[in-house]
Design a protein around this ligand. Structure first.
Ligand code: FAD
Length: 435
């Protein structure tokens, strides 16, 4: 038997890896649209730097999957998180609630009072905004969580569900008071230490994984899937102008792209896919003459007068990502929706707004101190857990399962999954397929 996997990102490749040990298939074909595999885990180069499509780090609660990622990456640097939130001229340690003493006095007072006397504490939250109000109180919500989430999601958190946040721990009164007094309180401990490939960026993981694929697996690049039809035992696929036949089929390419190729999709399946919301991302690499960021990796910015929501100083990743001339290099992230006003900004307008933002944050003094080295756009970056996500995906999974088609991956199965979860789901899916 043979199986076709559509999409050669981490989900498609790792599924092939977990399937190759089984006797069920003598051929596993991975069809990838681009000329190289890896999807969002590919790395880019500009100005002598290697950088990722958004800052990636290797961390996970799932130690088995994390170990695989680190093994495939080869040599890694072991690093300790140092992330700041830039708030009204203050550098507040991440997460915000753990470093309240660094806020301006009126904000500190607002955050503490509304945490201690929280009228929302006893409600069962129905959406993300209600979760924030219940868990952190009005002050922390309005000062940081609400504006930051509106900025990254381009969606009001009251129209998003709680899937992504409901595991965020609620600080105790004691922890909050210690944070207000300036005592160190570390949060989100599973992300405190992380690995990053010593060379070659996150794509090193993909290169290591591809080397582990056996002769049974055939990775075909430049194979954009254009048409899919048929049923188990006789799927037909047209990709990159060539025809393929497969007994079994998994799609790990974005579901919004898959539906365009799917010849047998019903109107209701198309309608549900059309309702799924996602964000795209602009990645800009900017070098500044001087380094005013210090020994920090990430900066998040809720201030809506600044276009970007996050900056990552890639020099922090290690020697291979740093130039020895006193400069700093930032990966700048701006989320947008297809066709919105940000999507319509020209490259010159984007550059100008980013430089103004860096100046406002004190990371450059004069605008010419920053040089934009590269700008790229990536359509599929963030799955948005809006209020209808669960219902839409339950329907779609059942519909595709009924036709014997498996969905996998961040945009294939439409879940906000990081790399470790992608591997775990690929492993689980491989076991189900081979039962
Ligand atoms: C900004 C950002 C930061 C992140 N940071 C982290 C992090 O720090 N740690 C972490 O663990 N994870 C992180 N992630 C998540 C990680 O990148 C994803 O979990 C992972 O890359 C998803 O892999 P995938 O294969 O499911 O999807 P993708 O990488 O999207 O792969 C889908 C593949 O399908 C292909 N494709 C599309 N259309 C077609 C077609 N018509 N025919 C054939 N192929 C097609 C694409 O080219 C692509 O290769 C981050 C993601 C983003 C966006």
């Amino acid at each position: 038997m043979n199986i076709a996997i559509l999409g050669g990102g981490l989900a498609g490749l790792s599924l092939a890896y977990f399937l190759q040990g089984s006797d069920k298939y003598d051929r596993i074909t991975i069809l990838e649209k681009e000329d190289s595999p890896g999807g969002l885990c590919r790395s880019l180069t500009a100005g002598g730097y290697t950088y990722d499509i958004g800052p990636h780090i290797l961390f996970a609660k799932d130690k088995e999957m994390l170990a695989l990622l680190i093994e495939w990456a080869g040599q890694t640097n072991k690093l300790r998180r140092s992330n700041k939130i830039l708030h009204k001229g203050c550098r507040v340690n991440y997460p915000f609630e753990n470093d309240l003493s660094n806020l301006p006095p009126e904000d500190l007072d607002y955050a503490v009072k509304t945490f201690l006397h929280n009228p929302y504490a006893d409600y069962e939250p129905q959406n993300m905004l209600q979760f924030f109000l219940k868990t952190f109180g009005e002050g922390i919500t309005n000062l940081y969580l609400r504006p930051y989430n509106e900025k990254i999601w381009k969606h009001d958190p009251c129209f998003m569900d709680t899937q992504m946040v409901d595991r965020i721990p609620k600080p105790t009164v004691e922890e909050l008071l210690r944070s207000a007094k300036g005592e160190t309180v570390e949060g989100y401990l599973h992300q405190l230490y992380f690995d990053y490939p010593s060379h070659g960026g996150t794509e090193s993981v993909i290169r290591g994984l591809v080397k582990k694929l056996s002769g049974k697996c055939k990775l075909v690049t430049n194979a954009e899937v254009e048409q899919v039809s048929g049923k188990p035992g006789s799927f037909k696929i047209l990709a990159g102008g060539k025809s393929y036949e497969a007994d079994d089929l998994v799609s790990s390419m974005p579901i919004h792209e898959f539906i365009k190729a799917d010849q047998d999709a019903s109107e209701s399946v198309r309608a549900h896919v059309a309702q799924l919301k996602y964000n795209s991302i602009i990645i800009m690499l900017v070098q500044t003459k001087k380094d005013f960021a210090g020994a920090n990796l990430g900066f998040t910015i809720a201030d809506k007068s600044i276009l970007f929501h996050r900056l990552t100083k890639i020099d922090f990743y290690g020697e291979a990502y740093h130039q020895q001339d006193g400069s700093a290099c930032y990966l700048v992230e701006v989320t947008y929706r297809q066709g919105d006003w940000i999507d319509q900004l020209s490259k010159a307008e984007l550059e100008s707004r980013v430089k103004q933002g860096l100046q406002k944050l004190g990371l450059i003094v004069e605008l010419p101190e920053a040089e934009c080295l590269a700008v790229t756009k990536h359509q599929y970056a963030y799955v948005l857990y809006d209020l209808n996500h669960k219902e839409n995906m339950t329907f779609l999974r059942e519909s595709y399962a009924g036709r014997g088609i498996w969905l996998n991956g961040r945009f294939g199965n439409f879940e906000y999954w990081n790399m470790d979860r992608i591997l775990r789901e690929s492993k689980n899916l491989a076991e189900r397929i081979c039962q």
